[in-house]
Write a protein that binds this ligand. Structure first.
Ligand SMILES: [Zn+2]
Ligand SMILES: [Zn+2]
Length: 290
């Protein structure tokens, strides 16, 4: 069964990714307002009633700002870890909240959603892969550095939202204070264009049909520059830049004709997760810096 995907918005001003089949869909993150989410869905001809659940990657405001209103209005279950819920100080009704665990697939109708941990400056951050029986899509943003988990999952995706947050030169020559530059590029911030490109060049599966470059910095990146960079290295994967101002088109991701292969869990899981813990930063700073 094929999947349909779109980015309703992508960037430090709000993230919301839609992945669905003909019957049902999920959102990964709800970082734009409920009204804006509805508007963009309608423009794409997508119905809100198809959305059956929201999965939350981490508690930064650009991933949860629209969540309380959206979840309440549509009575949607919210899949979120206890750490993210607590740190996000979210007002959600208890019966809507469902905890998830890394590597334990959750079935939403014909969709299977699996989370795995990532390096990011947040309480309990996760990436997601969403599968139908024959197609797999990854949502990989807000990642400090690539780890074995990311590499393993990326290699199995027919399409992926992959963070290309900043151009190294633009960041280093830009106006951000040194402390912020270091947080962004220090291993628990965001993926640079080059880090994402290395991952793509080395680990892109031949069946990856679409790559949506995501979470671009407004100040430290340029959509044309990053598109050109990736297009030099691909002929068979469509490169799309997800906008921080509008929804992308709706993309139809088709099966490569093979059965989905089982993803083996990387052995260094515990080390990775333990290493991902960083000293807490003031909440105000946390929300505004990225
Ligand atoms: Zn973010
Ligand atoms: Zn974040």
């Amino acid at each position: 069964m094929s999947l349909y995907i779109t980015s309703l918005n992508s960037g430090s001003n709000g993230n919301c990714y839609y992945i669905g089949n003909d019957e049902e869909a999920i959102f990964v993150d709800a970082g734009i307002s409920c009204r804006e989410t509805e508007k963009r869905m309608a423009r794409l001809g997508l119905q809100m009633k198809k959305v059956k659940a929201i999965f939350i990657s981490h508690e930064h405001g650009d991933h949860i700002a629209g969540l309380p209103v959206l979840a309440k209005k549509y009575q949607l279950p919210v899949y979120i870890t206890a750490g993210t819920l607590e740190e996000g100080r979210l007002q959600l009704s208890a019966e809507q909240v469902i905890a998830f665990e890394a590597y334990k697939p959750i079935q939403i109708g014909g969709l299977s959603v699996t989370a795995f941990p990532k390096f990011h400056d947040a309480a309990d951050p996760h990436s997601f892969v969403v599968s139908s029986p024959s197609v797999r899509v990854g949502v990989f943003t807000d990642i400090g550095k690539p780890c074995d988990h990311l590499i393993t999952h990326f290699q199995h995706c027919h399409a992926a939202f992959l963070e290309t947050n900043y151009d190294e030169d633009m960041l280093m020559n830009g106006r951000y204070p040194p402390m912020l530059k270091n947080r962004i590029r220090g291993g628990h911030g965001h993926l640079s264009n080059i880090q994402a490109l290395e991952l793509f060049k080395k680990y892109r599966p031949t069946f990856m049909s679409h790559l949506l470059l995501s979470h671009l910095s407004k100040d430290n990146n340029n959509p044309q520059l990053v598109r050109d960079l990736f297009e030099q290295h691909t002929s068979s994967t469509s490169i799309i830049v997800a906008s921080r101002f509008a929804e992308t088109e709706l993309y139809h991701i088709r099966s490569s004709g093979e059965e989905l292969s089982e993803i083996t869990r990387p052995v260094e899981r515990l080390v990775t997760v333990a290493a991902a813990k960083t000293p807490p930063t003031p909440r105000q700073q946390q929300l505004s810096l990225f």
